[in-house]
Design a protein around this ligand. Sequence first.
Ligand code: GDD
Ligand code: MN
Length: 377
Amino acid sequence: MSKILTIVVPTYNEGENPKRVITALKEALCERKFEVVFVDDSRDERSMQILAELAEESEQVRYIHREVERGLGTAVVRGFEEAKGNLIAVMDADLQHPPEVLNDMLEQIELGYDMVIPSRFVPGGDDGGLSSFRKFVSFTARVMGQFALKRVRPISDPTSGFFLIRKEVVEGVKLQPIGWKILIEILVRGNYDKVVEIPYRFQARIAGSSNMSLREQWNYLKHLTRLILDSPEDRRAYFFAAVGISGVVINMLVYTICVHLHMALWVSGITAGIVAMISNFVLNDRLTWFDSRSGQLWKRLFKYVVTSLIGIGINTGVLSVLAYGLHVHYIVANAIGIIVAMIWNFYVNNFWTWNIERQKTSVTVATVTLEQVNVKA
Ligand code: GDD
Ligand code: MN
């Protein structure tokens, strides 16, 4: 059972803080086997000197100093490369992440989880250590990540820099974070099935000051965009939606023209649908599913047309029921019809027209309450 734990700690001008971290870790982890890898981008002599001293004093401590490269995310990836352990934890150097929590995290790994994420936002958690402005920024970042990426959605604290993983989660995975949010990178690209969140209290910084900056917010946006483009399931959903919106505009235009030409609503609906369908097929084949264009074009077109025709049927049915039956405004009725048909179209085209394999492994996310964490003690 004795798995070796590597704790990766990124540092940037942290001064004396690494000393405090080592003392606190030794106290918290008692006789547990662990090593600490500091990945340091400091630009001041004193910080580097302290790390050198710590490494000198103890075999458990190593440090890597990077002269040229800088950045929290890439520092953590470098730490992974150096890690000797089969379990890897990441934590900040300023003790805002309480080392005692590592024991609870290790406990969850023993229970079979691949990834343990201490969270400030589950019952029993607390984000008290941040200013209200930082809390707001952090909230926005979190919600954006959850909205943008499917694998991040179920995680309550995905922007945190505190977590524990089995080495296999990142082994052989090409991680290329931009900026700070290494956990989001791992959530999207990593190999794992079971994740658990446990509550913890984020602490106030004891010394030094935060390195968060406007530049990091910008990096975060770039990072999210790259992850969407690199994660096929997310990319397809966004591209399909974008193509769909272009189709809606075309559909609405044609539909409105037809209605003004005194065509019946259902005829207008069919005509608008066909025009939009053709433009959507071309765009989806070129963009949304560009990487899954197997077989002959006409077969895909055939499947797409069949799917879309049924979609138009669904759209027309819905708009008829709404417009004739419930006296909903004809434009609104069509809009609702389009949404229902779009959902149908996405799934059928994904699994049939472009043959995407159904995801076999589904990620499960559990939450452990404070009581459950404490009971075992
Ligand atoms: N190697 C390296 N290079 N380390 C860095 C760099 C860098 O460019 N920038 C920051 N660090 C280190 C710091 O020395 C610290 O150990 C850790 O990364 C976090 O930096 P802080 O400056 O303390 O960040 P924070 O407290 O504002 O933000 C923390 O909490 C946020 C909310 O959970 C970080 O953990 C964020 O990732 C997290 O989103
Ligand atoms: Mn901090």
